[in-house]
Design a protein. Structure first.
Length: 271
């Protein structure tokens, strides 16, 4: 039996805290009358996909992370073994705040991508407990401990598929892909986290460009000057993602259905 074809799919790339730009992109889709029927996400893009599929508004998704510190609230230091940081705080955050526990229960079909360490391949999760699978998708090798699920160890989905277009391409009539991953010129930082993230970002970019060709519409979101771990620029990134997406939609002949919404975020203290 052939799988159901969804009218519109959206694929969200990885990019750490810069994923707030994805939320601005979702706001733009909403105002242009475009509502994804199926979504996919890698790494931080997986978190956006899951929150969207759970029914959170774009503003509410950003508000979930406002005021948090990446290295205090999202991850915690651990004795170096499989990685330098433990992602259990993020797992607990998702378990506490998401209204759904399992991927198959989400109102919008959702696929999240992780990388299988044992078999050396991409893994597309569409069933199972959300929190550990989402965090597996975010676990950049060396920096974060792999996540064990069913006896298999998983790391960041960006190793194989940072822009998860292939995960849902055959299941939707039209697909819009949103990319956060760019290699801007950056001064060398002599520390393990910076070297590892910069190296993997370069690798992620190569498979992003290949998978972008399968999308009907490709949106390069403006994240220049923002790092993956800086949680202080989420609001700015939201509006930059919005503006990037509006420009591409208008260039592709789409017309606005709703007036631009006046978005305000709750004031939270940044630690």
């Amino acid at each position: 039996m052939a799988q159901k074809k969804y009218k519109l799919g959206a694929a969200f790339s990885g990019g750490g805290a810069r994923a707030a730009a994805h939320c601005g992109a979702l706001q733009a889709l909403l105002e242009f009358g475009l509502k994804p029927d199926i979504v996919s996400g890698t790494s931080a893009g997986a978190l956006v996909a899951i929150y969207y599929a759970s029914g959170f508004s774009p503003r509410e998704i950003v508000s979930q992370f406002l005021g948090l510190s990446f290295f205090k609230d999202i991850v915690s230091p651990t004795l170096p073994k499989g990685g330098m940081f433990d992602s259990r705080p993020l797992i607990e955050h998702l378990r506490k705040h998401l209204p759904y526990t399992r991927l198959e229960d989400l109102p919008v079909p959702t696929c999240i991508i992780a990388s299988d360490m044992e078999h050396g391949c991409a893994k597309v999760f569409s069933r199972g407990e959300i929190a550990p699978r989402a965090v597996a998708s975010c676990s950049i090798p060396v920096i974060f401990n792999p996540i064990e699920i069913g006896g298999i160890h998983y790391v960041d989905g960006g190793v194989f598929q940072n822009l998860p277009v292939p995960a849902i391409r055959r299941r939707c009539e039209k697909l819009i892909a949103f990319n956060l991953n760019h290699i801007y010129e950056e001064k060398y930082k002599n520390n393990v986290v910076a070297v590892a993230y910069r190296s993997f970002s370069m690798m992620f970019l190569s498979n992003t460009l290949a998978d972008a060709r399968q999308a009907d519409i490709f949106v390069d979101l403006d994240t220049e000057g923002c790092t993956a771990y800086d949680m202080s620029k989420l609001e700015d990134l939201f509006f930059r993602g919005y503006d990037s997406t509006v420009g591409v939609l208008e260039a592709n002949g789409y017309e606005r259905k709703l007036l631009r919404e006046d978005i305000h975020f709750p004031q939270k203290h940044h630690r």
